[in-house]
Design a protein around this ligand. Structure first.
Ligand SMILES: [Zn+2]
Ligand SMILES: [Zn+2]
Length: 269
């Protein structure tokens, strides 16, 4: 089982990414939530090029991937979950919960530590909000996240299946909850019991500072409710809410090169 996961990790991830991307891209056209402000092909080219660049940067910089780290931890009996006499499925569930909780706090940290915010800010300076926003992260913030992920896998003692599921889930939900998709109100309400929905996470991308400092969750919506950072609905309507960061509304927030140097150029806001 572990060998199978290690051998087919990249193909599984790529196939699920492409399938979900196509599905959401079509759904966004059929049921759009908001009218895009800027040219979609230009934004998509930038956001997807940055996403591809991030994959490359992580592969080059990290000699060990999540699955390989999990196999190593299991082999050496490292990490909390490897010490507990629990079934494989429980290892997966416990890791998914603890991993998502850690990512919630990592996200909050990226908002309060000024130099971390400069790198995370690029995700927020997207002038529109659609599934490609979910793949738009500065390479430096991706490298920091990758290091934290490896530390969590080893420290918590995730199984290979657990980290693979966690990574795939994160990738899929990031595209889903950033999508420009209009879900019926009742569906959003039911989904929001277990999952961060597009309407929930869009509030975090509002230019309004109170809304912007809320709804940090990635997969599960519970952490925001538990730690008091949950906002149910924006002050404006979902189709008129202003997206982005004040002062970053022009071409500099779309073209690839200005985006990559954005953290080094502008003062932290
Ligand atoms: Zn954020
Ligand atoms: Zn986001």
């Amino acid at each position: 089982m572990n060998n199978l996961i290690a051998d087919s990790e990249s193909s599984i991830r790529l196939a699920i990414f492409l399938g979900m991307f196509l599905l959401l891209a079509v759904a966004e056209v059929l049921f759009p939530r908001r009218k895009p402000v800027y040219s979609k092909p230009k934004r998509w080219l930038s956001n997807l090029t940055i996403s591809a660049l991030n994959t490359l940067v992580v592969r080059i910089s990290f000699p060990i991937a999540g699955v390989a780290a999990a196999l190593l931890a299991q082999d050496r009996q490292w990490g909390l979950l490897n010490q507990l006499p629990i079934a494989a499925w429980l290892n997966i569930i416990m890791f998914l919960l603890l991993f998502d909780l850690a990512i919630y706090w990592q996200h909050r940290l990226f908002h309060v530590v000024p130099w971390l915010w400069r790198f995370h800010r690029m995700h927020h300076t997207d002038v529109d909000y659609d599934l490609t926003t979910g793949n738009r992260f500065h390479p430096v913030s991706i490298l920091i996240s990758a290091a934290i992920k490896i530390a969590l896998v080893i420290g918590l003692g995730a199984s290979a299946a657990a980290i693979l599921i966690a990574e795939v889930l994160l990738n899929v939900t990031a595209m889903f909850n950033h999508s420009n998709l209009k879900l019926p109100e009742g569906v959003d309400r039911i989904l929001r019991i277990i999952l961060v929905t597009p309407d929930m996470h869009r509030i975090h991308h509002s230019t309004d500072s109170i809304e912007h400092n809320a709804n940090f969750g990635f997969n599960f919506p519970w952490w925001d409710r538990i730690f008091g950072s949950y906002i149910d609905q924006p002050k404006a309507t979902h189709d008129t809410i202003d997206i982005g960061i004040a002062g970053f509304q022009d071409q500099e927030s779309i073209d690839i090169f200005p985006l990559l140097i954005q953290p080094f150029k502008n003062p932290a806001t």
